[in-house]
Design a protein around this ligand. Structure first.
Ligand code: P6P
Length: 336
């Protein structure tokens, strides 16, 4: 009966967010409008990415079209669509995009209360081989009526009020948390609507998968090296873990969220801060993991408690099943 209800009583993402909004009597619907504009951006990117393969034939994004005009690369195009969708929502104040060196300060006439940090097309280097890629975003709220500054987005992840990602793969899946658990929505192209398909996602307490780029093993520190060694040659007679590494954060995190296990991008001798960016990769994914019952660790502290000093700061990250992250935390505690 429940399955039938899900089929006929369509829980669209818009309806879900409106329901969420009703939890806050003082809400004015601003977050609903903001999220609707983010959803619009995701629908556009989903449509463009699915055509990317054809781009080479008909000269869409990233190629020169029949008129020989240089088309914008898909990640630049996606960035422009998100910036326009966010600014035109009239609900944003400061924007930080992976694609843009400096923060964007929305003009007074269109200013709202929210700061959005986002990577419009993370993993875009994987487009040409058809690997899933995604959009990642996080949302902070400012006090009413103030003019945002960079300091307003250099906040710890604990100050985020919502976060999510949209994965462009075999289907287009948007995973969102507004602070009361995690829900997954799948785009029904025939309706042009994201429909609730993964209600109240909880990550398994422990998993059998570890996800890391083993190509960096030469530069790893002792705790990471030991953790991976234990995963491959377990001392307690348990069976070894499986290694799954797609090299596209949204895809690796989505699998970790649904199947359990740990995703790691450690710091190492070459890059002590690792590779992934704090504001629009580490924080949103850590927020989702905690909301789904998992956890996220930087090698030194709870990832969400990090305070960034620059909008494109990087941080090492270990996130996923609660027990698996506990193991790596113990190894770092030993080494401290
Ligand atoms: P590496 C993609 O370029 C990305 O930013 C993330 O999506 C992904 O997790 C990571 O880099 C992969 O990095 O060094 O393993 O290729």
């Amino acid at each position: 009966h429940a399955a039938d209800a899900m089929r006929t009583d369509l829980m669209t993402i818009t309806r879900y967010v409106l329901n969420e909004q009703s939890r806050f009597p003082e809400a004015r619907g601003d977050l609903t409008i903001l999220l609707n504009n983010i959803v619009l951006g995701c629908k556009f990117v989903c449509s463009s990415v699915s055509k990317a393969g054809l781009a080479k034939l008909i000269g869409l994004a990233g190629e020169t079209n029949v008129q020989g005009e240089e088309q914008k690369k898909l990640d630049v195009l996606s960035n422009d669509v998100f910036v326009n969708a966010l600014v035109s929502s009239g609900r944003t104040n400061v924007l930080v995009s992976e694609e843009i060196e400096d923060a964007i300060f929305v003009e007074k006439a269109k200013r709202g209360r929210y700061c959005v940090v986002f990577d419009p097309l993370d993993g875009s280097s994987n487009i040409d081989c058809g690997v899933s890629i995604g959009t990642i975003f996080g949302i902070y709220m400012l006090k009413d009526g103030i003019e945002g500054t960079v300091e307003d987005v250099l906040q710890p992840g604990t100050a985020m009020l919502a976060a999510g990602y949209c994965m462009y793969g075999s289907s287009c899946t948007l995973v969102l948390s507004t602070g009361a658990g995690v829900n997954g929505f799948t785009l029904d192209p025939s309706l042009g609507e994201f429909i609730l398909t993964h209600p109240d996602i909880k990550i398994p307490k422990k998993g059998k998968i570890y996800s890391v780029n083993e190509g960096n093993a030469m530069n790893w520190d002792a705790p990471t090296t030991k953790y991976v060694q234990n995963a491959k040659f377990p001392k307690d007679g348990a069976s070894p873990k499986s290694l799954r590494y797609i090299g596209s954060m949204v895809a690796d995190v989505h699998r970790t969220l649904l199947y359990g296990g740990i995703f790691m991008y450690p710091g190492d001798k070459k890059s002590p801060k690792g590779k992934l960016r704090v504001l629009y990769e580490v924080f949103p994914m850590s927020f989702l993991m905690e909301q789904a019952g998992g956890q996220a660790f930087t090698g030194k502290e709870r990832a969400l408690e990090l305070v960034p000093t620059h909008i494109h700061d990087r941080s090492p990250i270990f996130l996923g099943s609660y027990d698996d992250v506990e193991e790596i935390k113990a190894l770092y505690a030993e080494a401290a």
